[in-house]
Design a protein around this ligand. Structure first.
Ligand SMILES: Cc1cc2nc3c(=O)[nH]c(=O)nc-3n(C[C@H](O)[C@H](O)[C@H](O)COP(=O)(O)O)c2cc1C
Length: 158
C-alpha cells in the first residue's frame, strides 16, 4: 500500500500526530509525508483567525498535487477558527486524482469548538472531487504527546 500524509502545522502539534500516523502506516507499506509550508501566513493569532474564518487560501510551495498514485491519502490540519488553516484550503483546491480513494482526515484542536465543522469542510471538498471513503480522527492538543493515545486513535480510524 502506498500512502501520503499531507499536513500543515504552525506550532508542531499536527506535525507530531502526522509523525505518529506515519509510524503506524509504515507497517502497511510505503509512506510519504508532505508538510505544507505557508510563507504568507499571518504571525498573529488574530490575523490567523481572520484568514481562517473567511476560508482564505494560503500560499504553498511547489508540490505534487496529483494524488493518483496513492492508495491512502491522509490530510491533517490544526483547527483554526472552526476551519482548516489557509494552507490546507489551498491544498484542497489544487489536489486531484482522489476519485474513489481512501481518505483519512485528521485535526488537532484546543477547545474542540468547530472541530467537526472543520473536518466536514475538508470532506465536502474532497467528496466533490470524487473521493468516497472517508475516515476521520481528531486529537486534543494536550494529548499529542501521548503516543499510545494517538496510535490508538489513528488505528481506530484506519
Ligand atoms: C489562529 C488559531 C485559531 C484556533 N482556533 C481554534 C478553534 O476554532 N477551535 C479549537 O478547538 N482550537 C483552535 N485553536 C487551537 C489549535 O487548533 C491547536 O492548538 C492545534 O493543536 C494547533 O496545531 P499546530 O501546533 O499543528 O499548529 C486555534 C489556534 C490558533 C493558533
Amino acid at each position: 500500500m502506498k500512502s501520503i500524509i499531507v499536513y500543515y502545522s504552525y506550532s508542531g502539534n499536527t506535525e507530531k500526530v502526522a509523525g505518529i500516523l506515519a509510524e503506524v502506516l509504515t507497517g502497511k507499506g510505503e509512506v510519504q509525508q508532505a508538510e505544507l509550508v505557508c510563507p504568507d501566513e499571518s504571525k498573529t493569532f488574530l490575523g490567523q483567525c481572520r484568514r481562517a474564518i473567511s476560508h482564505k487560501r494560503g500560499m504553498i510551495g511547489p508540490l505534487n498535487f496529483n494524488l493518483g498514485a496513492y492508495d491512502l491519502i491522509c490530510l491533517g490540519t490544526p483547527v483554526w477558527a472552526f476551519g482548516p488553516a489557509p494552507a490546507v484550503n489551498t491544498f484542497l483546491d489544487k489536489c486531484f486524482g482522489v476519485e474513489g480513494k481512501n481518505i483519512v482526515l485528521f485535526t488537532t484542536y484546543g477547545s474542540g469548538a468547530g472541530r467537526e465543522r472543520c473536518i466536514n469542510y475538508m470532506q465536502d471538498i474532497l467528496a466533490k472531487k470524487g473521493a468516497s471513503k472517508f475516515r476521520r480522527f481528531s486529537i486534543q492538543q494536550l494529548k499529542v504527546n501521548d503516543k499510545d493515545f494517538v496510535i490508538s486513535a489513528a488505528k481506530e480510524a484506519l
